[in-house]
Design a binder for this molecule. Structure first.
Ligand code: KIV
Length: 270
């Protein structure tokens, strides 16, 4: 077994201690049992049942059509294949707009096998974060580019590029930690901003298109395997150089993250 595959189940405590030791952890999206086993056995620490399934599995042009039924179904599939990774599941678009709805939907994902739920937003999800964490449901707050708000943002663009925007993201990240968030995920922000937030917060920060300094890195599985129709700047196809097919590609991704070789300069925004 490679040194990148801890024998024990990954928990929030594992991720916290990785942060304290200045090390890195690797995350990938997973949507079915078969890939969940491959990823988990290859040493991926966090499996995200992402609402990106609306785009990569269902063929939509955004994550907005994804339903709670979709998320519960795929979370159950991933749970059956998962061997040791922390299982995170997305609350989809408009599934956390009232307190009752949020509690019912987060509970459905936890019953389906999630260990933590992820929701998108800034200050406006602070009360929701408090509501869930006080009731024993861990929360990952997703900031920066939040795809569920693509229509308000006006496209899939890098966020936090000017000083006012960046300052707001820093303040809201702190607020979400103070409200009980267990993990922060930053998507498509300049690497300097991601570093500032990672250094400032006590909780682990996961990045995608956010540079090399976050505690964890995440990618969409289809991007790592080079089967997505579009290839954003922050994506690397690990299947190209694999000598052991898909398991080899996933192990190479995990190694590259943990040895701080991925992301490289060409994958981040300044
Ligand atoms: O849904 C998803 O796959 C995500 C990742 C892009 C972080 O949120």
């Amino acid at each position: 077994m490679s040194s990148h595959k801890p024998a024990k189940n990954v928990t929030l405590t594992t991720l916290q201690s990785i942060k304290q030791q200045g090390e890195k952890f690797a995350c990938l999206t997973a949507y079915d049992a078969c890939f969940a086993t491959i990823l988990s056995e290859a040493g991926v620490d966090v499996l995200l049942v992402g609402d990106s399934l609306g785009m990569v599995l269902q063929g939509h042009d955004s994550t907005l059509p994804v339903t709670m039924a979709d998320m519960v179904y795929h979370t159950e599939c991933v749970k059956r294949g998962n061997k040791r990774s922390l299982l995170m599941a997305d609350l989809p678009f408009m599934s956390y707009s009232s307190e009752t709805q949020t509690l019912e939907n987060a509970a459905a994902l936890m019953r389906a096998g999630a260990h933590i739920v992820k929701l998108e937003g800034g200050a406006w999800i602070a009360n929701t974060t408090k509501l869930l964490t006080e009731r024993g449901i861990p929360v990952c707050a997703h900031m920066g580019l939040t795809p569920q708000s693509v229509n308000r943002i006006g496209g899939f663009h890098v966020q936090g590029r000017n000083t006012d925007q960046a300052q707001l993201i820093i303040e809201e990240a702190q607020l979400l930690q103070d409200s009980g968030a267990n993990i922060l995920l930053l998507e498509c922000v300049p690497c300097e901003l991601a570093k500032t937030i990672t250094d400032k917060l006590d909780i682990p920060v996961i990045g995608i298109g956010a540079g090399p300094d976050t505690t964890g890195q995440i990618m969409v599985l289809h991007d790592v395997l080079g089967v997505s129709p579009i290839t954003p700047k922050f994506v690397k196809n690990f299947l190209l150089d694999s000598e052991n097919g898909i398991p080899g590609a996933i192990e190479a991704y995990v190694r590259a993250v943990k040895e701080k070789r991925f992301p490289a300069k060409e994958h981040w925004f300044n």
